[in-house]
Design a protein around this ligand. Structure first.
Ligand SMILES: NC(=O)c1ccc[n+]([C@@H]2O[C@H](COP(=O)([O-])OP(=O)(O)OC[C@H]3O[C@@H](n4cnc5c(N)ncnc54)[C@H](OP(=O)(O)O)[C@@H]3O)[C@@H](O)[C@H]2O)c1
Length: 238
């Protein structure tokens, strides 16, 4: 399917995987709409993507806010959600409240976004959500992420039947070099990347641009539905 002239909403499109995905859709001549919480990130993303990109301030954990934004956006063709984050930590040590908040910030945010978007999604469109390889290969300390990502993948499988013919899929990245790790001391970050790269069959850590190609594929391929695309460099196998 050609993406020329299609309206594509990228929730989380102001940083990392979402920003690279917004760029990738623009390169296919789609009309791109980005949304996230921070006014600063929205303005710098719009500067890097170009003035023809629409931007909306949106916190995908807030149902009223999400509904109002989709009402403003109106009809569109493809939805991509890359927004979200959740903490690492041992099951026995993470406070229950922080795990509940993590579900708000990755599971419920994606759920509410789809809920609000459905009335405006045109026939022939698609929805692509984001999980992470911890759903199927958690490391110690990634139990919360394993649970959240598995829940999102289950949601997508169910939705692919209930929302048909709209196609619903998931991209599951492994480790990706994005601003999500900006808070880490540089030496620790580089050490983590080097350790992961040395184990992976691809011998390097993925870039946001690598992962963006998976969202393009799922928007374009009209037989892809109810599926998970692993953009993980072979993480599941090592
Ligand atoms: N990077 C990795 O290694 C990796 C690995 C596996 C899975 N993932 C998953 O991939 C997705 C994208 O990660 P990334 O590395 O691209 O992160 P990132 O660079 O930090 O980007 C996250 C984006 O989501 C937006 N966002 C966060 N919370 C939001 C909220 N409540 N409402 C609306 N927008 C929100 C952020 O903008 P604002 O701050 O302006 O809201 C930002 O645009 C996440 O779901 C992450 O869990 C990443």
């Amino acid at each position: 399917m050609s993406l020329v002239g299609k309206r594509v909403v990228v929730v989380g499109g102001t940083s990392g995987i979402g920003l690279a995905t917004a760029k990738a859709f623009l390169e296919e001549s789609a009309n791109v709409i980005i949304a996230s919480r921070s006014v600063e990130k929205l303005s710098s993303a719009k500067q890097s993507l170009g003035d023809n990109v629409e931007g909306y301030q949106l916190d995908f954990r807030n149902e009223t806010n999400v509904k109002a934004v989709f009402e403003q956006i109106g009809e569109f063709d493809h939805l991509v959600v890359t927004a979200g984050d959740a903490p690492m930590g041992l099951f026995s040590e993470l406070p229950v409240q922080s795990v509940k908040e993590a579900f708000e910030g990755k599971f419920w945010g994606q759920y509410l976004t789809v809920h609000a978007a459905i009335p405006y999604l045109k026939k022939g469109g698609s929805i692509t959500l984001t999980t992470g390889v911890f759903a199927v290969r958690p490391s110690v300390g990634a139990t919360t992420l394993a649970a959240i990502n598995s829940a999102v993948e289950g949601l997508a499988r169910g939705l692919s039947l209930e929302l048909a013919p709209t196609r619903v899929n998931v991209v599951s990245p492994g480790l990706v070099d994005t601003p999500i790790f900006a808070g880490m001391p540089e030496e620790q970050r580089q050490g983590m990347f080097a350790a992961v790269a040395s184990k992976l069959p691809i011998g390097r850590v993925a870039t946001a641009e690598d992962v963006a190609q998976s969202y393009l594929y799922l928007a374009k391929n009209t037989i892809a539905t109810g599926t998970v695309v692993y953009a993980d460099g072979g993480t599941r196998l090592v």
